[in-house]
Design a protein around this ligand. Sequence first.
Ligand code: SF4
Length: 360
Amino acid sequence: MNIQTVLDHLRGRDDQALFAEAEAVKHAVFGRQVYLRGIVEFSSHCCKRCLYCGLRAPNARAVRYRLPPERVVQAALLAPELGLGTVVLQSGDDYSYDVRTLCDMVRAIKDRSTLAVTLSLGDRPLDELARLRDSGADRYLIKLETTDPGLYARLRPGERLEDRLARVEALRRLGYEVGSGIIVGLPGMTGDILARDVLRLAELDLDMLAAGPFVPHPQTPLGGEPCGGLETTLRVTALLRILSPRSNIPATSALNSLPGAGAGPDARARGLHAGCNVIMPSLTPGDVRRGYEIYPGKNVVEAGARQVVSQVRAAIHQEGFVPSAAPGFAPRSTNAAGTARSQAGRGHCGGQERGQVVAD
Ligand code: SF4
């Protein structure tokens, strides 16, 4: 697909055909399965200053919390009880958890479950990422937000796109499944930049891709900027699905948080029809969950984890899909990454992928 075609689609040329193709492509690879991944947001502390994020270090009004390791493991182990095959451990860039503590958490989860473990911990040093991989971590999420070097540097002070891209490659070499993504409608993101982001993400050949809309946080320098567009975000999602048929693509929680007509839970449901095959309900304990406010509207649900998962299940069924308890390794990497893992003597549970569908 060339950039002009992407631009035309982003402007809304024949949405019906675009979404129909994305859904057909997804169906051919994943059938009606939607993978559920429980996410435990265990620390809202971050040393970075990304202009778009409510957790940025200079935000003195952010609610900060850190969960002790035993609570992280306890929250993660709710996942198999609730029929989820993956847990995602996520935090800001918070180096108060040393690598040994993080490895112990990963090992405790792997020893006591068959869960796939995804990490989203920011820019940890490479030797730490290797130790975490050796402890059993399967995947790593590292967002780009944009692949435009100038915009990236403006929005992430002190950071360089080339360093982030190098980290993506390093994670891949370590044998992780690697996921990344962009924020649609970031201030300063032109249509041309967005179109190039779509093509670049696809070129990176990742296991997971995500596109969420920009939702301004009032306690950040970008608090007065407009939201990213729902329709544009769905078009980006559909394009990513068509360009990367075998990658996992989540319907992001940011879709749920967009204000305005057509947004909310309906928006996430629309994501499932635009090519998404993953939903990530929060398993973060209710007493701290609201503190993980990357953008307003995230984690506002008062319900406990059981109720959240049950509501997500019902919504998936309502859209004609089936929640899956499989770990949900990307089919593009199950063979290649699985071989790499077994050669390295590391565990992986890709063998449970097929037919493990929750019947409820
Ligand atoms: Fe920290 Fe991530 Fe927020 Fe940046 S986007 S301030 S690295 S939590």
